[in-house]
Design a binder for this molecule. Structure first.
Ligand code: SAH
Ligand code: SF4
Ligand code: F3S
Length: 477
């Protein structure tokens, strides 16, 4: 009988990709995906440590499994990814019924480790080396990137895929746990990246999103030759079948002219740049050790606008970082007001034990104040997002169709037409009426309505295909 696997994933795109790869390796061993943890033989949580809340959610989910494990001791429960690396054996202390703790650098070992647990080998712990303890090369090797296996079924859509080009991070922003849990920054060999992209194109993928914590710092050196992100984009652009290239996340200081020129000159490159600012106050930026001033960030933004006037720029902000005054916060509000980001992701500061921030600065802004600042900044950004989206009404955009919209996925049967979603070249989400056969197509869509988050459109008449009467299993599932 096939064994059942249940996997829950939190965190960033890196984790989504890692889960896809773990599922692929277990499918090869004969596992099928279960919809409920209670039905599965193996239950995995791919975890995130970036904020305390993300970790607590996993411990609560584990707590809910305690009685299932008591009734079915043979079920294997695993904690994998960033929190596994961060907490290591502490996971067993807090949740003694866990069988498996595997860091992001050891994911390739999961099939073997599960096998060992099932053969009564006891709980298994596999994590990477501590960054401080050893020689850099040795630590790097212990954070092995897990990339080559792909399974189309796990992707967000068959026509889109993530490709990792860089693992780890060396920036050490004082608030951030990522350099600890993902290890030293390492660029992947460009030949491997290209081979993977070609394989994805052969499988019908049309859009590739390149992943790295500071993706634009990507460098790969071999026999005296350096490959940068811009070089990669040129090479990836030559692959037939791939129509769109995106990359996240950018580090403001590494937004170089060669990269902006590549985005401007390569028709396949999306005009979409996620470049987190984190704060508008120089005092906070210094304390965060971000490595730039707000003036330099502004300069970088105007460089983007000058070279790529159509670019959509998005940002991240942390509110309530240690010692953030009303004046500091007002400076962040000013930056958001004037920058006209397409969108901003706003987070309340969450102290992470093991970071410089936690060691050096007290987490002294109360939660209600953090919440208040979060809401204020969000309201400023949302008003701007809505205003910018309203300006798109009446215009036509090329949309890559991803699949049924969330609301139409919930409905069992809805007749012949259904609501689909897709994305524009500037990463705007567009909802429109269409049919399933349009998935994966690039369609011209005219926008007739918009809110802060979504555009609503209509496919140009000659592209409205014949109506479909039966829904594919993919949709009814
Ligand atoms: N590598 C990316 C993002 C990493 S984490 C970058 O450098 O931009 C994603 C976002 O989470 C960060 O941009 C930051 O805004 C937020 N974040 C990171 N650590 C945090 C913490 N301790 N508390 C709150 N938000 C945090
Ligand atoms: Fe964290 Fe800073 Fe690295 Fe981003 S650049 S992952 S915020 S340390
Ligand atoms: Fe979280 Fe790890 Fe990503 S800590 S944000 S899942 S790299």
């Amino acid at each position: 009988m096939t064994k059942q696997l249940y996997i829950e994933t939190v965190g960033c795109q890196m984790n989504l990709l890692d889960s896809e790869l773990v599922v692929a390796s277990l499918r090869k061993q004969g596992y099928a995906l279960a919809k409920k943890a209670s039905r599965a033989d193996v239950i995995l949580f791919n975890t995130c440590s970036v904020r305390e809340h993300a970790e607590e959610k996993i411990y609560s989910a584990l707590g809910r499994l305690k009685h299932i494990k008591r009734q079915h001791p043979k079920k294997v429960i695993g904690v994998i990814g960033c929190m596994a690396q961060n907490h290591q054996s502490k996971v067993f202390q807090r949740a003694p019924f866990v069988d498996l703790v595997v860091g992001p650098g050891q994911l390739h070992q999961i099939p073997d480790l599960i096998h060992r647990v099932m053969e009564n080998g006891g709980p298994q712990l596999e994590v990477s080396l501590d960054r401080k303890g050893e020689h850099r090369r040795t630590v790097e090797q212990s954070f092995e990137s897990y990339d080559p296996l792909r399974m189309p079924e796990m992707r967000p859509s068959r026509y889109q895929a993530f490709v990792r080009i860089q693992i780890g991070c060396d920036k050490f922003c004082t608030y951030c746990i990522v350099p600890k849990v993902r290890g030293p920054e390492q660029g992947r060999n460009p030949d491997e990246i290209l081979a993977e992209a070609r394989q994805l194109a052969d499988e019908g993928c049309r859009e590739i999103v390149l992943l790295g914590q500071t993706v634009n710092s990507y460098r790969y050196q071999e026999s005296g030759k350096t490959t940068r992100l811009s070089d990669l984009l040129y090479r990836l652009s030559d692959i037939q079948g791939i129509d769109r290239l995106k990359f996240v996340t950018n580090y403001p200081r590494d937004m170089t002219i060669d990269l902006l020129h590549a985005v401007r000159d390569l028709p396949k490159c999306a005009h979409y740049l996620h470049v987190p600012a984190q704060s508008g106050s120089n005092r906070m930026l210094r304390q965060m050790k971000r490595g730039y001033t707000v003036e330099q960030y502004r300069e970088m933004l105007s460089k983007i606008r000058e070279h790529i006037p159509t670019a959509a720029v998005t940002s991240d902000f942390i509110v309530g970082f240690c010692g953030e005054t009303e004046d500091d916060f007002a400076l962040t509000c000013d930056l958001v007001r004037e920058s006209r980001f397409k969108n901003s992701f706003i987070f309340k500061y969450s102290e992470r034990p093991g970071t410089k921030g936690a060691d050096r600065y007290p987490d002294d802004i109360s939660d209600p104040v953090k919440k208040d600042r979060n809401n204020t900044l969000l309201a400023i950004q949302n008003a701007i997002s809505e205003e910018m989206n309203q300006q798109k009404i009446g215009r036509e955009y090329e949309v890559l169709v991803e699949g049924p919209s969330k609301s139409s996925r919930k409905q069992e049967h809805q007749g012949n037409r259904l609501q689909l979603t897709g994305r524009t070249m500037t990463d705007d989400i567009v909802v429109f009426d269409g049919n399933l056969r349009q998935q994966g197509q690039l369609l011209p869509i005219t926008i007739y309505d918009a809110n802060a988050f979504t555009l609503f459109g209509e496919v140009r008449m000659e592209h409205v295909g014949p109506e479909v009467y039966s829904l594919s299993p993919e949709f009814t599932n």
